[in-house]
Design a binder for this molecule. Structure first.
Ligand SMILES: Cc1cc2nc3c(=O)[nH]c(=O)nc-3n(C[C@H](O)[C@H](O)[C@H](O)COP(=O)(O)O)c2cc1C
Length: 193
C-alpha cells in the first residue's frame, strides 16, 4: 500500500538521538511548535488532554540545568554524592537546542484510571518524536536526572496527583544514525482466528 510508506518509514527510522550526538545548530521554533501541535492530536479518553509541557531553550536550559544539579546536591547525602553526575546534570542540557519537560495532569474527578492518562501522554510524546524524525531532527525521551523526584514536579508546577514523565531532548545532528534493533513480533502476539 503505497500511501502508507512514508508513515512506516518515519516510524521505523525514528531513533533516540542523544545530547552527545547533537551539533550546535538551533532547532527552528516552527518545528517545536509543530511537535506541540501534533502532541495535541494524541488520543485521549474522555478528552481530558492530560499532557503538560514545559519548553526549555536558551537561558531556560541553563536555569533547568542549574536547578537539577543543585537539587541533586541538596537531596544526596555527602557520602553518596557523585561529582561527575553533578557536572553532567549541569552541562548535558546545554548540549540540546530545546528540552521539553513532560507531565501528566491528573483529572480532578480521578474517574479515569491513571494508566489511561499516562498512556495518553505517551501517545502525545510519540507524536512529538515522530514529528522530529519527519523533520530530520534528533530527539529522545529521557527519564534520567531528577525526573521522578518531587523537585521536578515543583519545577513544572505539577500537583500532588500529577506526574512528571520525563524530558524530550531535542537537537540537530549530522551523524549517521544506526539501524534500529528490535526482536520479531511473533512471540508477543497470539492470533485467535
Ligand atoms: C519511557 C521511556 C523512557 C526512556 N528513558 C531513557 C533514559 O532515561 N535514558 C536513555 O538513554 N534512553 C531512554 N529511553 C530511550 C530508549 O533507550 C530507546 O528508545 C531504546 O534504546 C530504543 O532505541 P530507539 O529509540 O533508537 O529505537 C527511554 C524510552 C522510553 C520509552
Amino acid at each position: 500500500m503505497q500511501h502508507n510508506n512514508s508513515l512506516n518509514t518515519i516510524i521505523r527510522s525514528r531513533r533516540s538521538v542523544k545530547p552527545e550526538q547533537y551539533n550546535t545548530t538551533p532547532i527552528a521554533e516552527s518545528i517545536i511548535l509543530e511537535m506541540l501541535e501534533n502532541a495535541r492530536w494524541a488520543p485521549t479518553h474522555a478528552r481530558t488532554e492530560p499532557w503538560r509541557f514545559v519548553v526549555c531553550t536558551g537561558d531556560g536550559l541553563k536555569r533547568f540545568a542549574e536547578y537539577q544539579a543543585e537539587q541533586y546536591k541538596l537531596h544526596t547525602p555527602a557520602e553518596s554524592f557523585n561529582a561527575n553526575k553533578y557536572d553532567k546534570l549541569k552541562t548535558t542540557p546545554l548540549k540540546a537546542s530545546h528540552i521539553i519537560l513532560v507531565g501528566m495532569k491528573r483529572q480532578e474527578t480521578e474517574k479515569l484510571p491513571i494508566e489511561e492518562e499516562i498512556a495518553a501522554v505517551a501517545c502525545a510524546v510519540q507524536n512529538m518524536l515522530l514529528t522530529a524524525t519527519a523533520n530530520g531532527i534528533g530527539a529522545y525521551w529521557s527519564t534520567g536526572g531528577i525526573t521522578y523526584h518531587q523537585a521536578m514536579k515543583n519545577y513544572m508546577g505539577l500537583g500532588e496527583n500529577d506526574k512528571a514523565l520525563g524530558m524530550i531532548y531535542i537537537g540537530n545532528y549530522d551523524i549517521e544514525l544506526p539501524e534500529g534493533v528490535r526482536s520479531g513480533i511473533e512471540d508477543k502476539v497470539r492470533w485467535e482466528q
